[in-house]
Ligand binder design. Structure first.
Ligand code: UD1
Ligand code: UDP
Length: 369
């Protein structure tokens, strides 16, 4: 039988972390030939992941330019991906989640009349500005996708509510597959030598566009206040390299005792610091899925989440970005053992670490039919 060529498209750090284990399974599956195209919407943060998973892309569009608008990035991604789809002679295009790369990958495939598989399908807030622009990106992708790989039953039901039933598969989230690669008891990192191991470590990240400016300032003030009040904690904050964020993070949190501002951690370091921390403070999507699997409470710096499974399980608490609330919830998790245990002992709703195999089987079945 002739090999089916599957074009796997990604461009940012989280997509890479969640597509890498799938690429590995596709590679070892007879009858399938993965062709990897990175847009490099991110550069260093993407390359860190490619290195860890030893993936050499077949195509690299190298699109990251500091300060480019969403429209500029979208236009160059759409045109670049159209060319890659043509020259790769692929029979299926896989995209992930809700980034600009994913939306443009799905659109370029549709324009070329190539079927689209959407990994991490069915996440919704139904608020077009939260998260912005991700909510609309994933809704648009849902319209053109032929295969929808929903991580949970809830996300599949969400698709059913939009009359999308054919082609929907509940697979678990590939991020759990990824943790199997990265979590390592013997993990070492230069930052480990700078942290007091008797203290409680808090891992923090923040990057969402809707949080730029005032919401970010409020959170940073709360974090600075907690760090000033508490000598029993260490805050580890790998700062997203967007200049908007770097500027604010250093203004409010730079040079403060017990706050460690770092460059983005590679994925092995990020996952292993998460496994060793007391709790997580973040507006990240992927971290909301990883932390439950590692038994870590997450204070979500957003008013709503498209991952209600984690809220229902008890691991995630959406606390918004107001200074007083962020300060209050951080202190509660530090001092209230019962509240902490409730969140830390919840079970992981995002799969068993075999999502990539399930997705691969669904692709084989799709072509078999
Ligand atoms: C993108 C995704 C978002 C995802 C996030 C993960 C969109 C619209 N947004 O947002 O869904 O949660 O990635 O991190 O697709 N930069 C670097 N080096 C890097 C990466 C970024 O310097 O390796 C800087 C550049 O100045 C770049 C800027 O960050 O222009 C923003 O990157 P961009 O991909 O546009 O948006 P993110 O906010 O990272
Ligand atoms: N992550 C990482 N290094 C860091 C911070 C986060 O590798 O310094 C990982 C994190 O563990 C998760 C992913 O990056 O797997 C989440 O990416 P991000 O928060 O940038 O995007 P989102 O998930 O919000 O789209």
């Amino acid at each position: 039988m002739k090999e089916i060529r599957v074009l796997v498209v990604f461009g940012t750090r989280p997509e890479a972390i969640k597509m890498a284990p799938l690429v590995k399974v596709l590679e070892r599956t007879p009858g399938l030939k993965p062709v990897v195209c990175v847009t490099a919407q991110h550069r260093e943060m993407l390359d860190q992941v490619l290195q860890v998973f030893e993936i050499k892309p077949d195509y690299d569009l190298d699109l990251m330019k500091p300060g480019q608008s969403l429209a500029q990035l979208s236009a160059s991604a759409l045109i670049g991906l159209e060319g890659v789809i043509r020259s790769s002679a692929c029979q299926l295009v896989l995209v992930h989640g809700d980034t600009t790369t994913a939306f443009m990958g799905a659109l370029a495939a549709y324009y070329s009349r190539i079927p689209v598989g959407h990994v991490e399908a069915g996440l919704r807030t139904y608020d077009k500005y939260a998260p912005y622009p991700e909510e609309m990106n994933r809704e648009f992708i849902g319209r053109v996708a032929d295969l929808h790989f929903a991580p949970t039953v809830q996300s599949a039901l969400q698709l059913a509510a939009e009359n999308r039933i054919a082609g929907v598969h509940v697979t678990g989230n590939t991020v759990i597959d990824s943790l199997k690669w990265t979590i390592n008891e013997k993990f070492s990192h230069p930052l480990l030598g700078k942290l007091d191991h008797r203290r409680k470590w808090i891992l923090m990240t923040m990057h969402r566009r809707e949080n730029w400016g005032k919401p970010m300032e409020e959170v940073f003030k709360a974090v600075a206040k907690v760090a000033g009040e508490r000598k029993d904690i260490e805050i580890i904050y790998p700062v997203h390299p967007n200049p908007e964020i770097v500027k604010l993070a250093h203004k409010y949190l730079g040079g403060k005792e017990r706050i460690h501002l770092t460059e983005p951690l590679d994925v092995v370091a990020a996952h292993n610091f998460m496994a060793r921390c007391h709790f997580v403070l973040t507006d990240s999507g992927g971290i909301q899925e990883e932390a439950p699997s590692l038994g870590k409470p997450v204070l979500v710096l957003r008013d709503k989440t498209e991952r209600p499974e984690g809220v229902e399980a008890g691991t995630l608490l959406c606390i918004g970005t107001k200074m007083e609330r962020v300060h209050y919830e951080m202190i509660t998790l530090l001092d209230d053992e019962v509240a902490y245990r409730y969140m830390a002992e919840a079970s992981n709703p995002f799969g068993d670490g075999h999502a990539s195999e399930q997705i691969t089987q669904a692709i084989l079945d799709f072509f078999d039919r």
